[in-house]
Each structure stands twice: as structure tokens, then as C-alpha cells.
Design a protein around this ligand. Structure first.
Ligand code: COA
Length: 147
């Protein structure tokens, strides 16, 4: 598995992963905007057969990194790919974008993702009521702060 920055040729596959994972998926235009945004860091995981099977993205604003999304293809989960891609994103975010603190929102009921973030040291700091739609649900807010 290699972890590399997103390129234009990845976008079709990323849209496919989004459709598979989320009730309100990102559209192609959103990924295209991220390609041209100097504050955006989007990584993909590509396997030995050059198949992209996961991605993770963040936006860097004034030293803080807002994690936008993380998704692993359903048939490639529980193989450590999600953990590796987030670790890589944090490492590059610190080194290349000068990010000290990272934050994210996740559906309260999304246990796999919450476990992953907590394993990586993110700390639950509160909730945003009814943040998500389709279905309506609160968001859990996490931070990974520079020690
Ligand atoms: C959340 C997600 C990215 C995890 O990716 P993954 O590659 O399957 O996760 P990994 O194999 O790297 O697991 C890392 C850790 O995550 C947690 N985890 C992953 N899958 C889990 C599951 N099914 N149940 C509980 N915890 C889980 C565990 O803490 C695990 O560590 P462990 O293996 O030592 O127990 C993946 O399930 C996914 O794409 N889900 C759909 C999209 C999504 O919800 N994204 C997050 C939006 S905020």
C-alpha cells in the first residue's frame, strides 16, 4: 500500500467511495476544488494493483487542521488502512502545513470511526446537536492538540 497526495485521475474513484460510505456524499466539484486549494491536504491509499481504496482529507487554517473526511472501501476495512492514512495525514500536516492542532466531527453513532480517532489520541470535547442530516444526528467533536 502506498499513501500519496490525491491527483485529478483519482476523483472518479473517490466519488465512488463517497457514494458507498455516506448518505450525503461529496460531489466531484468539491474534490476538484480541493485539488486547487493550497490549504487542502488530501491523501489516497493505493494498493499493489494501483487500485485506490481509501482517502483522507484536511483543510489547514491558521495552524489548525480540520479533518474533512476519511473513508475506506467497504471490502478493505479492518486491515489497518484507515489508521495508516490518518497517521500519514497528521504527519504531513505537521511537517508541511505547520498544523499544531487537529479537529473533526463524526456522527455520534459511528463507533468504528470514533474508536479509530480515540486510538490516535483524539479527545472528545463536546457535541453539535443535530449537525447531520439524513438521518438527523448529533456530531461528536474531537481535538488532537499539540502536547
Ligand atoms: C472508520 C473507517 C475509516 C475505519 O477504517 P479501517 O481501515 O476499517 O480501520 P482500521 O483497520 O485502520 O482500524 C483502526 C482502528 O479503528 C477502530 N475500528 C475500525 N473498525 C472498527 C469496527 N468495525 N468496530 C470498532 N472499531 C473499529 C479500532 O480502534 C481499530 O483499531 P484496532 O484494530 O487496534 O482495534 C472505516 O470504517 C470507514 O471508512 N467507514 C465509513 C466511512 C466513515 O464513517 N468515515 C468516518 C467519517 S467521520
Amino acid at each position: 500500500m502506498i499513501y500519496r497526495k490525491m491527483q485529478a485521475r483519482d476523483i472518479d474513484k473517490l466519488c465512488q467511495i463517497e457514494e458507498e460510505c455516506f448518505s450525503m456524499p461529496w460531489h466531484r466539484e468539491s474534490f476538484e476544488e480541493m485539488l486547487n486549494n493550497r490549504c487542502a491536504l488530501f491523501l489516497v491509499a493505493e494498493d499493489d494493483n494501483s487500485v485506490v481504496c481509501a482517502y483522507a482529507g484536511l483543510l489547514a487554517v491558521l495552524g489548525e487542521g480540520e479533518v474533512c473526511n476519511i473513508a475506506v472501501c467497504s471490502d478493505r476495512r479492518s486491515q489497518g488502512i484507515g489508521e495508516q492514512i490518518v497517521r500519514k495525514m497528521i504527519e504531513i500536516g505537521r511537517l508541511e502545513y505547520g498544523i499544531t492542532d487537529f479537529t473533526l466531527e463524526v456522527r455520534e453513532s459511528n463507533k468504528p470511526a470514533r474508536n479509530l480517532y480515540e486510538k490516535l489520541g483524539f479527545v472528545y470535547e463536546g457535541s453539535r446537536p443535530r449537525f447531520y442530516k439524513n438521518p438527523v444526528e448529533d456530531a461528536a467533536i474531537y481535538w488532537l492538540r499539540n502536547q
